[in-house]
Design a protein around this ligand. Structure first.
Ligand code: NAD
Ligand code: ZN
Ligand code: ZN
Length: 338
């Protein structure tokens, strides 16, 4: 079988590998489609602190089951499945309190161990979630990024009465936007790329803010009757924007959910957090959100087709990575087909 291997930062090649042998608790997946995430491109460029090399990347993938381990009872050969890339130990404190996505020895497929950019992969049966026939493969590949939105919704305790700000209209910001509109809360979204803001408007954003040409804090005060946003999702990864959100935009009793993973130090006055009882909330990957998101897709509560702009054959991964990194005006989500 063929696998897309990042040999070292900057070097990608298609290699021949043996089809994996499964253990009793595992299933063998014939991969059909896999999304490209910013973090895959970062691993290619050597900018992901968690990755080791050589690595087969890809954590947003779906496929068909071709072999089932003896201990797996609820799945059959031929089932169409989406794979949860989160692997945890089950023993440590976060695992014991039901937060396995921040396990002490977290292993993410495609980051810490080989992921979905290969023709076959063995995964635990518990990681495979059945998909209905009505969801095409390239759309199903977007289930994992939507689990990020399901997770941030839970972490931020989103309710219909919230006035929300989403910073960043990249794939993740736009997916969060769809989730917020599904709940029905008022939402503003900001970016610096005009076409991404246009997409946001089409997806139902109540206000779009171009941070290059407008004053974000001023616009948000007008949008919220000077109360500030009750819930903010920081999905640009830019720490200065996070500082502005905490200092100038979050309302008293507000929540600020942090998605980015910059290692730069954020400067926040203690008194901002104390005097307004702000909650600064981290969010990472997903905590068993696949069934919920597959239901969103099945019932058409979200519009994944609006996020997908390009598809490539997996043999063109390098070309697709180059497009992903350089063209934010035209590119939102890219999916590789196998
Ligand atoms: N915590 C998690 O589980 C998780 C999962 C996926 C992605 N992420 C993170 O979420 C963020 C968004 O992911 P994505 O795939 O949409 O990334 P992306 O890079 O495609 O999108 C980021 C968006 O922010 C905008 N932006 C960047 N700097 C800006 C600035 N100074 N002012 C205004 N807009 C600015 C960009 O134009 C872009 O549209 C990234 O930081 C990513 O690492 C976190
Ligand atoms: Zn991803
Ligand atoms: Zn654990």
């Amino acid at each position: 079988m063929k696998a897309v291997e990042i040999v070292k930062p900057g070097t990608i090649r298609i290699v021949e590998r043996n089809i994996p042998k499964i253990k009793e608790n595992e299933v063998l997946v014939r991969v059909k489609a896999a999304g490209i995430c910013g973090s895959d491109v970062h691993i290619y460029h050597g900018k992901n602190a968690f990755a080791t090399y050589p690595r087969v990347v890809g954590h947003e993938f779906v496929g068909e089951l071709v072999e089932i381990g003896a201990q797996v009872n609820d799945l059959q050969v031929g089932d169409r499945v989406a794979i949860d890339p989160v692997v945890s130990c089950g023993q440590c404190y976060p695992c014991r309190v039901g937060r396995h996505n921040v396990c002490k020895s977290l292993n993410v497929l495609g980051v810490h161990r080989d992921g979905g950019y290969q023709e076959y992969i063995a995964v635990a049966g518990t990681q495979a979630h059945k998909l209905p026939n009505t969801i095409p493969w390239k759309i199903a590949a977007l289930v994992e990024p939507y689990t990020i939105a399901a997770q941030v919704m839970e972490r931020g305790r989103l309710v219909v009465d919230d006035t929300v700000l989403i910073c960043g209209a990249g794939p993740i910001g736009l997916i969060i936007l769809q989730a917020v509109k599904m709940i029905g809360a008022r939402v503003a979204i900001m970016d610096i790329v005009e076409t991404r803001l246009k997409w946001a408007k089409e997806m139902g954003a109540d206000l779009v803010i171009n941070a290059k040409t407008s004053d974000l804090a001023k616009e948000m005060m007008a949008f919220t009757n000077n109360e500030g946003a009750s819930l903010i999702y920081e999905a640009t990864g830019n720490i200065e924007i996070l500082e502005t959100c905490i200092h100038n935009i979050a309302s008293a009793a507000g929540r600020v959910v942090v998605l980015g993973f910059s290692t730069e130090v954020v400067k926040i006055p203690q008194v901002d957090i104390m005097s307004r009882e702000l909650e600064i909330i981290g969010t990472r990957l997903n905590n068993n959100k696949f069934p919920q998101v597959i239901e969103w897709f099945t019932k058409r509560l979200v519009q994944p087709a609006k996020i997908l702009t390009h598809t490539f054959s997996f043999e063109e991964t390098q070309k697709a990575f180059e497009l992903a990194g350089t063209n934010p005006q035209d590119v939102c989500k890219i999916v590789l087909e196998f």
